[in-house]
Design a protein around this ligand. Structure first.
Ligand SMILES: Cc1ncc(COP(=O)(O)O)c(C=O)c1O
Length: 446
């Protein structure tokens, strides 16, 4: 054991960063490249370093703190829960678990009314595919490119982005299909084209071997991509016709992010299984869930649900979720996300009109993204697929210096503020973005 002197540790921003880098590992990164912002506290749409530098949280951390930071109603609910019953094992029953199950049954689409709780989104997806395999007796899972479903073995195999590559070959039985979006510089598929391609793969694989098709109804980190008109309805129909269970991964798109409780609600589609996490508790405490339709819940009345976790239905997670849902309802946050989303879409549109480096903007509710280009005619991205560029790095540095926190990924950056953001705060963030884009504009060949 190395000798570490913790008594004299002074929690300055620099010391926190040094010790985190020295004694802990950061995810998805070569450790020498990480340069984290030290964070001491957070409230509303802002967070602060120990030295008091303020950031506007324009990504709701990891697209999860949907209600904003430091909400007293959730804090109190978790405090009360920890004091009365901090933990109970998942073979026992608790009031908070009962109440959360009932509440989610009210909010979820169609007859999705039964829930299996996990610690987060990856575990929700692991259990969703297990459930699909158990109740169909089939083993293949269809998943899409340009997707993210989690960092554990199965969920990472489902994932259609470069984070999967080092973990290959992954779990057996996962078949990937194309996403209708092929990048800014290529044409997107219409729903009929995309659906015909999926159906061909279903035929070639053998429909009777396919348990489920998992997809993000609105793709998240791979580009904030709403489906083309008719696509989700078509996927629903294909799945029904072939006895394939449709799994909607709403880990990022759920709980108001798109201006509806769940993204599928925009298209009136009821999946067979719906996975959630992030906004479920607004990340105050980790919790994920798998919601299933009545017929699947009934299957497990007489068949064993082979799956379990020590922290399944953790009372603190359930208390945080119930209180968070209470905040969405009390503050009308779902409706508000829809309204603010209209303002955000127009602010994004003005960026595109003004800045030559803005090749495309997309948003639905408060789920938004900007794609930057080097060439306005060819739409060549400002950074390559899975890469970065000096201009994107400079943009990231500008945001950081100016006190705007968001995700800068490849040639894109995200606009995913807490749903509680005010109009003034939204304008404040866009004013910083407007200034920042003068950097990337300089790289553009007209
Ligand atoms: C769509 C989607 N599914 C699953 C996950 C994995 O969730 P978690 O990181 O909570 O395990 C994420 C996380 O970003 C996600 O965006």
């Amino acid at each position: 054991m190395s000798s570490v002197i913790t008594e004299s540790f002074v929690a300055s921003g620099a010391n926190i960063v040094d010790a985190c880098r020295r004694y802990t590992l950061f995810e998805w990164s070569a450790q020498s490249h990480v340069d984290p912002i030290p964070v001491a506290r957070a409230k509303g749409v802002h967070f602060w370093t120990p030295e008091g530098k303020r950031f506007i949280d324009f990504n709701s951390q990891l697209m999860c703190v949907n209600i904003g930071h430091g909400d007293e109603r959730v804090i109190r609910a978790v405090q009360e829960q920890v004091a009365s019953l901090a933990y109970v094992n998942p073979f026992l029953a608790s009031e908070v678990r009962a109440r959360l199950g009932m509440k989610l049954a009210q909010l979820c689409p169609g007859d999705i009314d039964t829930f299996f709780f996990t610690n987060g989104g990856s575990e929700a997806n692991e259990n969703a595919i297990r459930i699909a395999r158990l109740c169909t007796g089939r083993h293949k899972i269809l998943a899409r490119y340009r997707s993210y479903h989690g960092g554990t073995a199965g969920s990472l195999t489902l994932t259609g982005d470069p984070r999967r590559w080092p973990a290959e070959p992954g779990i057996p039985g996962v078949i990937r299909v194309a996403h209708p979006y092929h990048g800014m510089h290529r044409e997107s598929d219409s729903a009929p084209t995309a659906l015909a391609a999926i159906e061909e793969i279903i035929q070639l694989e053998g429909p009777h071997t396919i348990a489920a098709f998992i997809l993000e109804p609105v793709t998240g980190t791979n580009g904030v991509l709403p489906p083309p008109p008719g696509y989700l309805e078509g996927v629903r129909e294909l799945c029904t016709r072939h006895g394939i269970l449709m799994i909607a991964d709403e880990v990022m798109s759920g709980f108001g992010r798109t201006g509806a409780w769940f993204a599928v609600d925009h298209w009136g589609v009821v999946p067979d299984i719906l996975t959630m996490a992030k906004g479920l508790t607004s990340a105050y405490v980790p919790l994920g869930a798998v919601g299933v339709r009545r017929s699947i819940a009934e299957y497990f009345q007489s068949n064993v649900l082979y799956g379990g976790l020590t922290y399944n239905s953790h009372p603190l997670g359930c208390a945080a979720a119930l209180a968070t849902i209470g905040v969405y309802e009390e503050d009308n946050l779902i409706e508000r996300a829809k309204e603010r989303g209209i303002l955000m879409a127009s602010l994004l549109e003005s960026l595109k009109a003004k800045h030559p480096s803005v090749g495309a903007t997309r948003s639905i509710g408060l789920f938004g993204i900007v794609e930057l280009v080097r060439n306005r005619t060819t739409l060549e991205p400002l950074a390559p697929f899975n890469g970065t560029s000096p201009e994107m790095q400079a943009l990231g540095r500008f945001f950081r210096d100016a006190g705007l926190y968001t995700f800068v990924r490849w040639n894109t950056f995200f606009a995913n503020p807490p749903l509680s953001i005010s109009e003034a705060e939204l304008h404040e963030a866009f004013e910083i973005i407007d200034r920042a884009l003068t950097i990337t504009d300089q790289a553009v060949v007209m």
